[in-house]
Ligand binder design. Structure first.
Ligand code: 6GU
Length: 268
């Protein structure tokens, strides 16, 4: 997979040299290229921003450098025109974007080419989005409902979430199956040796080697934990994915199935 990132702080993206993603890059599983937006300015001060038309606080990123950077990356693709489905995807980190989820990470991990455009200041001139749509499929994406100073930290998070799903990047693919959000639930609690530590014992069920019972118990823990911390995820479950045991666990956690949906049940 090829990933291009355009930023005025390329040093921020140095974190992508280390750990799992760094290793995947060295093994050529991921071709990550970081670009300095200022390399696409042509004035002495390498200006990337200016004051907003209409007034208001802060600065807006100028369209020129973005147009040049994005054209050169799209042009490097092959030179040819792309069919709609094969155009590279331009992801623009923004608190005003659609929320980035594990499902989106999974979908994006199957793309051949992703380009991230890191905005700073109050944002990028709106015309860049229109211009970019000629070369790219454009998708503004947000990490969640809070504000960062720029897209770089969001790109680190998204590249890690997407990159680890690319085949070969995570050594043991089984570790991608049983993890939070892989099945719409939070992960069950895990324990390691010693079995007794500071007067606290590992749950007995994990020690007796009954793997069917362990699997059932972990499933119940997942449902209970998710009901407590993320009731929104419980309500989003497909009732068809819940067996009788799951439904019983959820009943005790305060939910029931009604009209094909999981809903909070009346208190008893
Ligand atoms: Cl993706 N970018 C910025 N600048 N702020 C954010 C965000 C992204 N997600 C949440 N806040």
């Amino acid at each position: 997979m090829r990933i291009d990132v355009v930023s005025i702080f390329p040093e921020y993206l140095q974190a992508l040299d280390i750990s799992l993603i760094g290793k995947a890059r060295r093994e050529a599983l991921l071709d990550v290229r970081i670009h300095d937006l200022r390399d696409h300015t042509h004035d002495r001060h390498r200006t990337v921003d200016d004051t907003p038309y209409g007034g208001g606080a802060g600065m807006v990123m100028k369209p020129g450098p973005w147009a040049e950077a994005l054209s050169s990356i799209a042009g490097a693709e092959s030179g040819a025109q792309h069919a709609d489905s094969s155009r590279p995807l331009l992801l623009i980190p923004s608190p005003a974007g659609e929320v980035f989820t594990q499902a989106m990470a999974r979908e994006l991990s199957e793309r051949e080419h992703l380009v991230f455009a890191c905005g700073r200041y109050e944002g990028i001139d709106e015309r860049v989005y229109e211009f970019a749509a000629e070369h790219y499929e454009v998708r503004p994406v947000s990490l969640g409902d809070y504000v960062l100073n720029g897209g770089e930290v969001a790109v680190l998070a998204m590249v890690e979430a997407i990159g680890r799903l690319v085949p070969g990047v995570v050594g043991n693919p089984e570790s991608l199956v049983e993890e939070s959000h892989s099945d719409g639930l939070l992960e069950y609690p895990v324990y390691t040796k010693p079995s007794s530590w500071e007067g606290r014992d590992v749950p007995e069920v994990l020690l007796n080697g009954n793997h069917a019972l362990i699997a059932r118990t972990r499933r119940a823990w997942q449902l209970e934990l998710t009901a407590e911390r993320r009731p929104d995820l419980i309500r989003a479950l497909d009732p068809d994915s819940l067996n009788r045991r799951d439904r019983d666990t959820l009943w005790h956690a305060g939910f029931m199935i009604e009209d094909g949906c999981v809903v909070a049940r009346p208190a008893d």
